[in-house]
Design a protein around this ligand. Sequence first.
Ligand code: ADP
Length: 309
Amino acid sequence: MLRIQDLVKIYPGPVAALKGVSLEIPEGLFGLLGPNGAGKSTLMNILSGLLEPTGGSVTLDGVDIVKDPRAVWARLGYLPQDFGFYPSLSGAQMLDFLLRLKGVDAPQGRKALVAELLERVNLADAAKRKVRTYSGGMRQRLGIAQAIAGNPRLVIVDEPTAGLDPEERQRFYRILAELGRDRIVLLSTHIVEDIATLCPRFAVIRGGRCVTSGGTSDARKRLDGRVFEGIVQPDELERIRAAHRVTQAVLVEGSLFRTRVQGEPGSQPAGFVSVPPTLEDVYFGVMDESRAADAARASVPAFATATVA
Ligand code: ADP
C-alpha cells in the first residue's frame, strides 16, 4: 500500500503546487488524472524521492519515503516524462548502461538480465538497433524495461502514452496491465482513455488538490441516468449552455456539436437521450463542479467569510 497524507509542496515564488493531497493506493493499476499544471509531476517527483515535500508524509508498505528515500529507491521503478536517451547506443547497450547507473543486482549476469527485460517489453528483435532508429513507442518500452529492472514494488509512469500511435498505445497498455498484476503501478496522465482502459482505481487532481478518488466503475455508476447527449447547431448550443450543465461539446464534421449535459433525469434538453456514462463524463463533471466551487468561494466577500468563521 502506498499511503500519501496531507502532502504539500510550495515552490519558491511562492507557487503552491500541492495543497494537502491524501490518497491510499493499493496494489494494481492506479490512475492519476488532471489537467496540465494540476500538480501531477510534482507528486510523481516526490513519490520517487527526487523532490522533497514542504509538508506531509508518504509511506510505501509502511516505510517512510520522505524520511528515507534511499530505502525506497531500490523498490521503485520510474519512467519520467522526459526520458533521456543516448541515440547512438543500441537498445541493449542503453539498457545495460541504465542498469549500471541504477545499480541493479543481476545474479545471472547483466547481459542475461538485459536480454530478459528486452524480451519482456517486446524489444528482443530490436536489441542491436540504435535507439536513434526506434519509434516513440519503442523508446517508451525501453524506458519501461529499465523501470521494471530489479522487480520494484512501485512503478511510476508519467504521461506514458503522449505521442504514441494507436497501435503502440495498445502494446504499451498490455505491458502496463501485466505489470499491475503483482505491484503498485501509478499512471499519471491527462488522457482519460489511458485510465479508462487500465485502471480500476483513480484520482483526479486539480489546482494541487485531490478533487475525487475511488473506483472507476463506481464513479461511472454514480452518473447512471444523469448523462444525456444530442447533436446540435452552434447557436442552439449557446442556448443549451445557458440553461443546462454542458460538460462536453465536440465538433462533428466541422459544423455541428455532439453535446453532453449532466443533470436530473427528465431535465435534459428536447431531443437529448440518456447515454451510458463514461470516465470522461466523470472527469468533466468533477472538473466542472470543482471550478464552480472555486468561483463560489471567490465570490464570497471577505467580511462574509469572517462572519461565518
Ligand atoms: P502537472 O504535472 O500536473 O502538469 P506540475 O506538477 O508540473 O503539474 O506543476 C504544478 C504547478 O507547479 C504549476 O503551477 C507549475 O507551474 C508549478 N511548478 C512546477 N515546477 C515548478 C518549479 N520548479 N518552480 C516553480 N513552480 C513550479
